[in-house]
Design a protein around this ligand. Structure first.
Ligand code: SF4
Length: 389
């Protein structure tokens, strides 16, 4: 039995609006937005970035998950994994009885036609989609339009015989889904994480080189049977939607120059690039750059899941010019003396002491990733205010 797929919600938006507001809204954050994004409280002033928190894709995905629970109260409802990279939102869905296929004891081969499966905002691989389809599950597809746009470009590259070079994180669900699109449509792909990896690709484009070392470096980041001598002759660039815009542009430029060098300046039919960073990611990065430029903040706090790509990139931008604390939730603000946070570039959460100046005026800048609900931002600001009394 083929799957039934819902792609535009379940006509229950009004039924769940109150629940969503109760769970994720913050009156304090609304008040601060209405006060020019500034919150003075004694010696403390908090400046909020003008764009932060839930993006349109996350808003929609969470909304559809609530609608799904409402529409199918008696059926088993699953998520393929995290709906978004925020532990609070995922835990909230668990308390509503939504199960996660990635949780211990769950398995896709136990699903059947009576089950409902929600696909996350960053999409799923074609293999996962086909597997669910074979089982005849009812699917609620929340894949964000901006991710679909990346897939459209990758498919176009495959059709035109271009290898997709994807600037992204090979372990991220979105990049895995995008890579699967390239392969499904008969194309090749290679994922580059940063400038250093791009430089390896560029060296190979220019002059070939140590093939074995190349294959080893990108072992888990390229399509099966990838041949660098054959598959780097025509390249189309794509991005995971949540990467750092400045870095993606640089990576595109590096590859374009390498192709020019290799083909004597003639890159017609050799190189294509479409900017596929999503507008929500771009707006949040621009807003934090503006905040750092326009306000003399003493330190920055960035709130969002540690596995959230766009949050990590906001923290990178801030850390370049200010002491920055990327925290997963308000509880990380343990006390005026202690904070739990993940330093930029690190994989581990650490605990730091003496992070908050104990006297004198203090200006804190604050932003949050696209998967962070406003209630967490509000709670963090309330805690900061309490610490600075
Ligand atoms: S970060 Fe961008 S691509 Fe991802 S869900 Fe949000 S709007 Fe969509």
């Amino acid at each position: 039995m083929p799957s039934l797929i819902f792609r535009k919600g379940l006509d229950l938006k009004h039924a769940v609006a109150g629940m969503l507001a109760d769970n994720y809204h913050s009156a304090l954050v609304e008040q601060i937005k209405n006060a020019d994004f500034t919150h003075p409280a004694g010696r403390l002033t908090v400046h909020l970035a003008r764009e932060f928190g839930f993006c349109y894709g996350v808003d929609r995905a969470v909304d559809y998950a609530y609608q799904t629970r409402e529409r199918f109260p008696d059926r088993r409802v699953y998520l393929t994994g995290e709906i978004i990279h925020n532990p609070h939102v995922n835990d909230k869905l668990r308390t509503m009885g939504i199960r996660f296929l990635t949780d211990p004891g769950e398995a896709i081969d136990r699903l059947g036609a009576g089950d409902v499966v929600i696909l996350p905002a960053f999409g799923v691989t074609i293999a996962m989609l086909e597997s669910l389809d074979r089982r005849g599950c009812t699917l609620i597809d929340t894949t964000c339009g901006s991710v679909l746009n990346v897939w459209k470009n990758v498919r176009r590259y495959a059709d035109g015989g271009y290898t997709s070079v994807i600037h992204g994180k090979v372990w991220h669900e979105e990049t895995q889904a995008t890579a699967s699109q390239a392969v499904h449509y008969g194309g090749k792909y290679i994922v580059v994480f940063d400038r250093a990896q791009t430089e390896i690709v560029c060296r190979y484009i220019r002059g070939g080189g140590d093939r074995a070392a190349f294959l080893e470096t990108f072992e888990n980041a390229m399509s099966a049977g990838f041949d660098p001598d054959r598959d780097l002759q025509r390249i189309g660039l794509a991005n995971q939607t949540t990467m750092l815009m400045t870095e993606s542009l640089e990576i595109g430029e590096m590859i374009r120059r390498a192709m020019e060098d290799r083909y004597a300046g003639d890159t017609r039919d050799r190189y294509q690039a479409f900017d596929t960073i999503c507008s929500a990611t771009q707006d949040r990065q621009d807003a934090v750059v503006a905040l750092l430029r326009d306000q003399s903040v003493d330190l920055m706090i960035v709130i969002g899941g540690y596995n959230s790509s766009n949050t990590a990139n906001l923290a990178r931008i801030c850390a370049a010019s200010r002491p920055t604390f990327h925290i997963a939730d308000p509880d990380c603000l343990v006390s005026p003396d202690e904070i739990r946070h993940r330093p930029v570039g690190s994989k581990e959460e650490v605990s730091s002491r003496g992070w908050l100046p104990s006297a004198g005026p203090l200006t804190i800048g604050l932003t949050s990733g696209a998967s962070t609900p406003d209630n967490l931002v509000g709670a963090a600001i309330a805690r900061l205010t309490e610490f600075c009394k």
